[in-house]
Design a protein around this ligand. Structure first.
Ligand code: MN
Length: 498
């Protein structure tokens, strides 16, 4: 998951009309801008300067090279001068990497006392970029347009968001999801077309028998289990009966065995994400709870009950969020607090919430599970920190995928929850629970989500633009009737293919 190994190519358009000196000046300016953006820590990929482009052949060649350069995750284009956009038709038509149009200019201020026509001819992105914009619109290209001076923090922040989305989009196309067992019986929203998903997102989803996993779990050695249980003891609050020498320590060792086996299976198979289902645990002593939580914290995507869409989405968003403050987890809307004026959602799962979102050091506990018919599973129990977050859900609408995103405020529980033996988060959806949940349900959003404290709606919007996926947002400004209209318009737009 190394974002800094990725490259974003910085392409500058011009033409020969201005003479070689002007082109040289354009190149110097462009190199300086690319180097500066490369030095901005908030933009993890390397920004790579490419020589100024003046002909259709050069443009086509560099776009094709971007396509076939594995670690090139996107291109930034800027027209320092006026670059006739017919030059860009072949290249832009061939380009398969995400595109950001940086509408900037080298100088921030107009040099009032010195400005002359030479300066005007050199610094004319104001109209050169409009010519370029027309061509991208004429070709119906999805792209992000960022406007402002290249040293401005707001401009760099928008580039940084897009760069993270681009790196994630590149990684998403190589995600391998391992499914242990099938979908939870009769559940609809966790189902979907895996072939369509591979065509749309590039990731592959394949099933494995539980016996295959159990074989690897049974291979874990006593020495490995000793080391891992010692790591648990050092990392989490644990009661004496679960610690070494305690009467229930054997169950903790069983949980460690499952983590070792699951981790080995995923590593050896080159998987990035996985699903389990409590309805099929053949050969495993416990539902994998602690193992799933710790593997999520290590960067794996996960979906419960066979939910491969959420598993892949969690992996995509973990790649996107790496290095940012806060955590990103599998989540489920579980139960409601309907107290007037304090309405909130209690999110949790049977066990599988990622400790990256924990407010404090988690407790490792062992409790019975009402369903599944297996031994008491180990799990990490914690509260989630208060603050801004979002929930994202990906559903299969039959003719397309739809992402639904709801911004939320995480809040502290009004009282402790001493009898609830799972990790949990409490949040107020925007604009409020009544409108937020009504909009979510109207859009067909799932009960399973990816919950993130690290990412903004802009990250997810940019990602959906790259993936060509419908994006709907529920936020502080959402009004239910306008939201329903937008869903209808999207339905028509997607049917028309626009
Ligand atoms: Mn579930």
């Amino acid at each position: 998951m190394s974002l800094p190994n990725n490259q974003i190519w910085f392409l500058t358009g011009s033409q020969h009309l201005y003479g070689p000196e002007a082109i040289e000046q354009v190149g110097e300016h462009s190199r300086e801008i690319a180097a500066h953006l490369d030095s901005v820590e908030a933009i993890p990929p390397n920004i790579v300067y490419k020589p100024v482009l003046t002909t259709p052949e050069e443009i086509y060649t560099v776009c094709r090279a971007a396509n076939t350069t594995a670690n090139c995750v996107g291109v930034i284009a800027w027209m320092h001068t006026f670059s006739p956009a017919k030059n860009w038709i072949a290249g832009l038509s061939a380009l398969q990497k995400p595109l950001l149009h940086l509408h900037t200019q080298y100088n921030r201020d107009i040099p009032w006392s010195e400005i002359d026509m030479d300066f005007m001819n050199l610094n004319q992105a104001a109209h050169g970029d409009r010519e370029f914009g027309f061509m991208m619109s004429r070709l119906r290209l999805r792209r992000k347009v960022v406007v402002g001076h290249w040293r401005a923090a707001a401009v760099q922040a928008q580039v940084a968001v897009w760069a993270r989305a681009a790196a994630s989009w590149s990684a998403t196309q190589r995600i391998k999801v391992a499914r242990f067992g099938d979908n939870m019986r009769h559940v609809a929203v966790t189902e979907g077309d895996k072939v369509a998903a591979q065509a749309q997102f590039g990731y592959s989803v394949n099933g494995y028998g539980l016996g295959d996993l159990a074989d690897v779990v049974n291979q874990a050695s006593d020495a490995e289990i000793d080391a891992l249980t010692a790591e648990y003891a050092a990392s989490y609050h644990m009661s004496a009966d679960l610690r070494k020498g305690g009467e229930r320590h054997a169950s903790i060792r069983e949980a460690a065995r499952i983590e070792l086996g699951l981790g080995a299976f995923l590593r050896e198979g080159g998987f990035d994400a996985f699903t389990t289902t409590f309805e099929n645990l053949h050969g495993l002593a416990q539902l994998p709870g602690l193992a799933v939580q710790r593997l999520m914290a290590a960067g794996y995507g996960f979906g419960a009950e066979g939910d491969w869409k959420t598993a892949a989405l969690l992996r995509s968003l973990k790649v996107m969020a790496q290095g940012l403050p806060g955590g990103t987890s599998f989540m489920e809307d579980y139960t409601y607090h309907f107290a007037p004026g304090r309405q909130a959602v209690l999110g949790a799962h049977m066990l599988e919430v990622c400790p990256s979102i924990a407010a404090d050091q988690p407790a490792l506990e062992m409790h019975p599970l009402g369903i599944g018919g297996k031994a008491d599973p180990a799990r990490l129990v914690f509260d989630t920190a208060a603050g801004e977050a979002l929930n994202a859900s990906l559903v299969d609408m039959g003719d397309r995928f739809r992402m639904i995103v709801n911004t939320v405020d995480c809040i502290e529980p009004e009282q402790p929850l001493p009898s609830l033996p799972v990790a949990r988060a409490l949040w107020q959806p925007h604009p409020n629970l009544s409108v937020g949940a009504a909009a979510w349900i109207t859009a067909g959003g799932a009960h399973h989500t990816v919950f993130s404290q690290s990412l903004s709606t802009e990250h997810l919007y940019d990602f959906c633009e790259m993936a060509g996926v419908e994006y709907v947002q529920i936020d502080k400004n959402t009004e239910l009737r306008a939201f329903k209209d937008a869903l209808r318009w999207n339905e028509a737009a997607w049917k028309l293919g626009v």
